[in-house]
Design a binder for this molecule. Structure first.
Ligand code: NAD
Length: 361
């Protein structure tokens, strides 16, 4: 299990240090974990003038999985766009051919009051959003701004999906639905599109329906994206796995993640065709709290659990990490971002230690 560790900027190094403590527990138990560090983002720029240094990309390509903190910082805001920290992130995703982005929206009962929705609507919420990451209107050609014969300016983009792009992400979706259903039975997958208006979406629906034939135990449904946006806040528990394209997934995954209320709790995974993955918290580098022992490391630790599940197929380790996080919350331990008024708050380091202690117990 070779893991590239890319702490990045801001709170990145602090939260990654907590996840590494957790990895060391399993290393101590004899898991063959090999960790190697490299700079990315602003740290990459500082080290070698490039937000994705060549050595960092090479290390990521040679590893089985990548654990990333976050990138970005005010001091880099005046750099030309190609040298900005965020470019390191976009380039590493591309360099690793990561086409499937997984974002769970899971509400811990202890944090139910953090959601803006009523507890009876969100309690027990456990959704996985699978977003295609490399196609769609974000990458389709042609695009640009042109001048029409009438002399008026027009902006335009092109929505495209090839059959192979849809097939490969659909397979990931059905396999995740099966994994989540476990031994118990039927998985559920809802494919979200805009097939009533867009040809690309009509084709998406056709291909997903074909792929579904290979997964008879997964129940497939289709939903228009406008309805899905509404259903996510009306009755979000009806969903299990949501499969969708790049632009719809961009919007719906942000909406779904906010159902749980706390950005410091949200992990993510981006996978390639052989389940190699890049794992990172959904939040940014939080420069406002960097270096103050205030950041919540749980999103990063939960990203590690996803790594164990999706890249290494170590379901038992994934569950031990997730159970430890749950126990820590049950004990009433909170970093500032998830603490209710009047609750004691602990720092980044203490939260990492608490999760390690909960794994051992
Ligand atoms: P942010 O996610 O960094 O912070 C938003 C707010 O949430 C801040 O108040 C921050 O303190 C808080 N927050 C974030 N993570 C937290 C955690 N783990 N624990 C406690 N509080 C947390 O978003 P932003 O402020 O818009 O961006 C800051 C920098 O991060 C920018 O340079 C941006 O480009 C970058 N960014 C990077 C990523 C990434 O690396 N994937 C994602 C988003 C933004």
């Amino acid at each position: 299990m070779k893991i590239a560790i890319l702490p990045g900027d801001g709170i990145g190094p602090e939260i990654i240090a907590q996840a590494v403590k957790v990895l060391k527990v399993f290393q101590g138990e004899g898991q063959p974990l090999e960790l190697e560090y490299a700079p990315i983002g602003g740290a990459g720029y500082d080290a070698s003038g490039d937000p994705l240094p060549e050595d960092t990309l090479r290390l990521a390509q040679q590893s089985d999985a990548v654990l990333l903190g976050a990138v970005g910082g005010y001091q880099y805001d005046s750099l030309p766009r190609s040298l900005r920290p965020e470019q390191g992130l976009l380039r590493i995703r591309k360099g690793l051919n990561l086409f499937a982005n997984l974002r769970p929206a899971l509400l811990y009962p202890e944090l139910a009051s953090a959601s803006t929705l009523r507890p009876e609507v969100v309690s027990g919420l456990d959704i996985m959003i699978l977003r295609e990451l490399t196609g769609d209107i974000y990458f389709g050609q042609p695009r640009g701004i042109r001048i029409l014969d009438s002399g008026e300016r027009q902006g335009f983009d092109t929505m495209t999906y090839t059959e192979s792009e849809i097939r490969r992400v659909a397979h990931v979706g059905f396999q995740i639905a099966l994994k989540r259903a476990g031994a118990s039975g039927t998985g559920k997958l809802c494919s979200v599109d805009k097939a009533n208006v867009l040809d690309t979406s009509m084709f998406w629906r056709e291909v997903v329906t074909e792929v579904a034939k290979e997964y008879p135990s997964v129940e497939l449904s289709h939903m228009y994206v406008d309805n899905a946006a509404m259903q996510l806040v009306r009755a979000p528990r009806q969903f299990d796995v949501i499969l969708t394209g790049n632009i719809f997934g961009d919007i719906l995954s942000d909406e779904a993640s906010m159902l749980t209320g706390s950005i410091g709790m949200l992990p993510s995974a981006s996978l390639d065709a052989s389940n190699k993955g890049l794992y990172e918290p959904c939040h940014g580098s939080a420069p406002d709290i960097a270096g103050k022992d205030l950041a919540n490391p749980l999103a990063t630790i939960l990203s590690l659990a996803m790594m164990m599940r999706y890249t290494f197929s170590c379901e038992d380790i994934a569950q031990r990490i997730e159970t430890a996080v749950r126990k820590t919350l049950q004990l009433g331990l909170r970093t500032a971002d998830i603490a209710e008024p009047g609750m004691d708050r602990i720092g980044t380091n203490a939260m990492g230690d608490a999760v390690v202690a909960a794994i051992a117990n």
